[in-house]
Ligand binder design. Structure first.
Ligand code: UD1
Ligand code: UDP
Length: 353
């Protein structure tokens, strides 16, 4: 079986790390990197650190309006699909690279395989919500990370070839955690104390593209009287500069880090503040309380379990959660057993024959 995989953004590289390894035991894989993320610390570092096979094609289509980016990817991916004639095309998550890949294959009647299918925020203003709904509806095989995702698909009338295999990000975290935490010098090298700082990430368009929301979030971080480590997404760096928003000295802004450093920073953090989907889940996997800078989340299990609190961009709520949010101690298994990638490979072997 020949599988054409389309990836392009940071979280997709991390998801592809365990999946590509599993896929290649049973199938041939050809990888297209759309180039959506292209800085070394947003792309190359993950291929190197996580041993992701080098892409067979790099489309170099990064940074642009949604229509331009998605359209250019669609044109280029179609050419490659026609040339490679794969048995299936596989996409991850909900980015513009996801939608472009799925659309190119679907129009050519090549089965689309969607990993992380069925997620919903029920907020159609999010580009991710549009991408994931459209992708799910043109996918042939849908791999869901949670039971909630399966139910979401059923409610939209998608009932065939749905598999609740668990979350491939749990596979990645479990696989790379031991390696990451072997570095016992990390805290000393970074000059930080275990459970004495807060790790923050901000990049979601609804926060960065809205001056008031971003200002309110930064006000909360400025005024929380805690050390904050903020690996800054390039999108957020750009908007902080444009808006002229100042951060105070308790916030240590650093460039985006590789996955191993990220796991270390997450594991040792007292709390995590984020609007990232992946980081919310990793906080849960690593049992670190999470404060989510969104008005809703797709990862409802983290909230239902009591390990995640939704605060939006409200300054008072963020400061209050930093001081007072204490998670429930018990976690119910919600994201599978860490073997999603192997299951995906096996199911594709049986389904696409
Ligand atoms: C994209 C995804 C989002 C995902 C995120 C993961 C879409 C619509 N959004 O958002 O769902 O959560 O990736 O991080 O697909 N930039 C650089 N260097 C890079 C990459 C981006 O400087 O390597 C800057 C550029 O100014 C670019 C901006 O960041 O215009 C936004 O990048 P883009 O890929 O459009 O969206 P993300 O915000 O990264
Ligand atoms: N991540 C990373 N370095 C960073 C910030 C995030 O390796 O500086 C990882 C993080 O651990 C998670 C993934 O990137 O695995 C999440 O990606 P992101 O927040 O960009 O996107 P989202 O998950 O919201 O789509």
């Amino acid at each position: 079986m020949k599988i054409l995989t389309v990836i392009g953004a940071r979280p997709q590289f991390i998801k592809a790390a365990p999946v590509s390894q599993a896929i290649r035991k049973k199938h041939d894989e050809v990888i297209i990197h759309t180039g959506q993320h292209y800085d070394d610390n947003m792309s190359k570092i993950f291929f190197e650190e996580l041993n992701i096979p080098a892409p067979d094609y790099n489309l170099n289509i990064g940074s642009g309006n949604h229509g331009y980016m998605t359209g250019m990817m669609l044109i280029k991916i179609e050419e490659i699909v026609l040339k490679e004639n794969p048995d299936a095309l596989m996409v991850y998550g909900d980015t513009n690279s996801t939608l472009a890949g799925a659309l190119a294959a679907s129009k050519l009647h090549i089965p689309v395989v969607h990993i992380e299918a069925g997620l919903r925020s029920f907020n159609m203003a999010m580009p991710e919500e549009q991408n994931r709904i459209l992708t799910d509806h043109i996918s042939k095989v849908l791999f869901c990370p949670t039971y909630t995702a399966v139910k979401n698909l059923e409610k939209e009338g998608i009932i065939d070839n749905i598999y609740n295999v668990g979350d491939v990000m749990l596979d990645a975290t479990l696989h790379f955690k031991n390696l990451a935490l072997k570095n016992t010098e990390f805290l000393r090298e970074w000059g930080i104390e275990n459970k004495d700082y807060i790790l923050a990430t901000i990049h979601r368009a609804e926060n960065t593209d809205n001056r008031q929301r971003l200002q309110s979030i930064i006000n909360a971080l400025n005024n929380c009287q805690k050390e904050i480590i903020l690996p800054l997404h390039p999108r957020t760096r750009k908007f902080l500069g444009e808006y002229g928003i100042e951060t105070s000295s308790n916030i240590k802004i650093i460039d985006p880090v590789g996955y191993l450093d990220m796991i270390r920073l997450e594991s040792h953090a007292l709390k995590i503040i984020t609007d990232s989907g992946g980081v919310q889940k990793e906080a849960f996997f690593l049992k670190v309380p999470c404060i989510t800078l969104r008005d809703e989340t797709e990862w409802v299990e983290t909230v239902q379990n009591g390990w995640n609190i939704i605060v939006g961009s409200n300054e008072k709520k963020i400061v209050d959660a930093i001081k007072n949010f204490t998670p429930a101690m018990e976690q119910k298994e919600a994201f599978g057993d860490g073997k999603a990638s192997e299951k995906i490979s096996e199911i594709l072997y049986n389904t696409l024959q």
